[in-house]
Write a protein that binds this ligand. Structure first.
Ligand SMILES: OC[C@H]1O[C@@H](O[C@H]2[C@H](O)[C@@H](O)[C@H](O[C@H]3[C@H](O)[C@@H](O)[C@H](O)O[C@@H]3CO)O[C@@H]2CO)[C@H](O)[C@@H](O)[C@@H]1O
Length: 735
């Protein structure tokens, strides 16, 4: 099977920048593979009654099957009861599954090998428990609002980084014959009013920011896409002809099927005729309202939905099933099967390599066999009620490993910071003073006299159907929870070697913390899932040098972001293209820690920038393949740079390539990420980072021509250690 062969090839240890040839092949073969799958689907379809077809496209109802989504079996074509199950970080409600790291932690590694391996393992576990459709990965919310409740499920607000992560994850999942589902399509950027709000966006912003990573998903032959709860430009996403038929199926050449988010469908005919192909879960949560099933049958019988449209829906679903070869030897559904294997190794690696070291004064880290350590904060220990005490992780009690909602999984075990620190302390002969509370009383006692004080703070968020400590999804502000600022203040007053460890679903404002002279280090540990403590100890003690880079900007003030949760019925997306670092760059706002930032225990120097380009200006052309016009995916320029480890220890570096469009392009972000690589270097070692630019990477969306266009003129090229730490400058001209 072509897809599997290429996934195996792709599992070699190549940085993404070096694999675009593979991706081009994959798109080509994917197209052929879809053709074959469609041919099988047509044969099967000819054996089906109208009722069978309606059954294929209609879920059986909430809580009426083994999975969160189920469709009935069709015996005549040996089609199983299809099992659709969350989610983006593992099997929700599984009995013995791995709780992988959330998407945002994977993005924070900037390591395509780890991201792909995470996808492969997610797929292996889904297959092992007989899940046909794994409901992830997530590219919407993209993360334009720093407080957005579900941002942590995805890969952050940069569409390029998210696009690469989507591709790697989808190809990884589907290499196991499991259908992936790219969600939520599209512009579902906040939880507040998510089922009523209309996201109003201009055409260029839609293409260059929000649709961009979905194009990657389609290019990687994703089997399914989930339409979102919100309205897009006034029309429900799941009833929106422009986005489903126009953008997704026609422009991007999507061959799979669109399923509704759970209960996101509003009408029988509107959804069918605007491109939605499967309704989930098939009823509302009370089981009272059913919009397809018998109603769809009637609509087809009286001509409100054409027979051809019903055939198309069913064919898309069957073709995806055949594409992934689920018609042969697929395991029976049993969510309780133990499928963990050695997958915890990926969790630990992603948790560890996603840790971002923000501050390290006096080289206080790595720790050097302290004789006494203070460990302070309620999140240093596992939830006293049990690691899975709160359904769908709907509480922020004890150590934090993921946000809350449908995109969660139960932890098979949980190593809290204190657990791992204690183990390490025993081997070092270190004494630990533990204060597992967020109250400032008792802090002076616990922290004073220790060689260093580790203080743990958190910020949590999640999906809006659960309210945690008064927070219904989106965070109301960017402060740490549980009086984190006051806790750090108290610790830093008692101990001048204070190390702050932050576990958070997204940015928090660190100004109060950084103003404490006693705060020597800030470790941004993100969302490390079940390997929380182990990953932290690896970095704190220098078993590895920290190599994570921020996948979003940390501002000095919440208002610096220029975006906020909308309380009314409309979000006008007035910021347009300018979210996260694009906004800070355009408006000359100094971030506290910029997108792409992260310290190391070693140093790197950059040299020898080289640029070659064959790019020509003008609109994209070529046939539509999965992902859009074929030439958008062709390599048109290559940039290389040499990076050397000039420090004393081994470390991994993430050279980042940003481009600036020529002035002939309409107002554009000052710079945009268009390449990155992760190089592991021994002291004194150097290596070349190779960045391959595809036509789409040099294009803007021309609203007049309704096409991607490479502008003529001089393209700026910078290679840096972050979006603000720019080490090498160059340019190339395009005519
Ligand atoms: O899980 C499939 C997709 O579902 C959406 O989230 C839903 C979630 O799965 C479900 O557990 C939750 O149910 C609650 C329901 O909303 C509420 O009315 C009822 O009282 O309690 C239910 C909890 O037991 O609803 C969520 C939708 O509101 C996700 O958006 C999507 O990403 C998932 O893939």
């Amino acid at each position: 099977m072509h897809l599997r062969i290429f996934a195996v090839l792709a599992a070699t240890s190549l940085a993404w920048a070096e694999t675009s040839e593979k991706q081009a092949r994959q798109a080509g073969s994917g197209f052929a593979a879809w053709d074959a799958a469609y041919s099988q689907a047509s044969t099967a379809l000819s054996k089906l009654s109208q009722q069978d077809k309606v059954n294929i496209v209609t879920g059986v109802g909430w809580n009426k099957g083994p999975c969160v989504g189920n469709t009935p079996a069709i015996a005549s074509i040996a089609y199983p009861q299809l099992c659709l199950q969350d989610g983006p970080l593992g099997i929700r409600f599984g009995g013995s599954v791995t709780a992988f790291t959330p998407g945002i932690q994977a993005a924070s590694t900037w390591d395509v090998e780890l991201i792909r391996q995470r996808g492969v393992y997610l797929g292996a576990e889904a297959r092992g428990v007989g899940v046909h459709v794994l409901l992830g990965p997530v590219a919407g919310a993209l993360g334009k609002i720093p407080n957005g409740g579900r941002n942590w499920e995805g890969f952050g607000p940069d569409p390029y980084l998210t696009g690469i992560a989507m591709s790697e994850t989808i190809e990884g999942i589907q290499s196991n014959g499991v259908q992936a589902c790219a969600k939520h399509f599209i512009l579902n950027e906040q939880e507040t009013n998510r089922e009523t709000i209309s996201s109003v966006v201009d055409d260029r912003t839609m293409h260059e920011l929000y649709l961009f990573p979905f194009a990657d998903a389609v290019h990687s032959n994703v089997a399914s896409v989930m339409c979102s709860y919100n309205k897009v430009n006034g029309t429900w996403a799941c009833e929106n002809d422009k986005i489903q038929n126009g953008l997704l199926k026609k422009e991007l050449g999507f061959k799979g099927y669109v399923m509704s988010d759970w209960n996101a469908q509003h009408t029988t005919n509107g959804a069918a005729n605007s491109g939605m192909d499967m309704t989930m879960p098939g009823s509302d949560f009370d089981g009272k309202t059913i919009l397809w099933g018998p109603q769809l049958n009637t609509a087809v019988n009286n001509g409100q939905v054409s027979k051809a449209r019903l055939d198309d829906m069913a064919k898309r679903i069957l073709a995806s099933w055949y594409l992934l070869e689920q018609n042969s030897g697929y395991p029976a559904t049993n969510l309780k099967t133990n499928v963990q294997g050695n997958h915890k190794e990926n969790v630990r690696a992603v948790a560890r390599d996603g840790i971002v070291l923000l501050k390290n004064d006096d080289d206080i880290l790595p720790l050097k066999k302290p004789s006494k350590l203070a460990v302070i904060g309620s999140s240093s220990v596992v939830n006293p009620a049990g690691r899975n005490a709160c359904t769908d992780r709907g509480c922020n009690t004890g150590a934090l490993g993921m946000g809350w909602g449908s995109g969660t999984a139960d932890y098979p075990y949980f190593v809290a910071p204190y657990d791992a620190l204690k183990t390490r302390a025993q081997s070092d002969g270190t004494t630990i003073n533990l204060l597992s509370s967020d109250s400032t009383s008792g802090v002076a006692n616990a922290a004073s006299g220790a060689d260093a004080a580790l203080v743990f703070i958190t910020a949590d968020s999640g999906e809006g159907y659960i309210t945690v400590e008064g927070v219904t999804g989106d965070r109301p502000n960017l402060d740490p929870w549980h009086n984190g600022n006051q806790l750090v203040q108290a610790v830093a007053q008692a101990n001048k070697n204070t190390i702050v460890v932050v576990h958070s679903t997204g940015p928090i404002i660190l100004e109060t913390i950084l103003a404490q002279p006693g705060v020597k280090a800030v470790v941004w540990a993100g969302l490390p899932s079940q390997e929380n403590g182990n990953a932290l100890v690896d970095v704190l003690y220098g078993l590895v040098s920290p190599s994570g880079k921020l996948p979003y900007t940390i501002a000095k003030s919440e208002s610096d972001y220029g975006t906020a949760v909308q309380r009314g019925g409309t979000d006008l997306f007035t910021e347009g293209l300018f979210i996260d670092y694009r906004h800070f760059d355009k408006n000359g706002i100094a971030p506290r820690y910029e997108f792409g930032f992260g310290l190391s225990y070693t140093n790197f120097t950059y040299s020898s920038l080289s640029i070659t380009s064959t790019a020509s200006s003008g609109p994209a052309s070529g046939d539509t393949i999965p992902g859009g016009r074929s030439d958008l995916w062709e390599t048109v320029a290559t940039v290389t740079a040499v990076v050397e480890n000039t420090g004393g220890v081994q470390g991994a570096v993430v050279p980042q390539l940003y481009i600036s469009l020529p002035s002939s392009a309409p107002s554009s972000p000052p710079k945009q990420l268009r390449g990155f690589a992760k190089l592991k270097l021994a002291p004194g070692e150097s290596n070349t980072a190779t960045f391959i630019l595809r036509r789409r990477d040099l294009s803007y969306w021309d609203t007049g021509r309704q096409n991607w266009v490479v502008p003529s003129g001089s393209f700026g090229v910078v290679v840096g250690a972050s979006s603000r730490d720019l080490r090498l400058n160059g340019k190339f001209d395009v005519y």
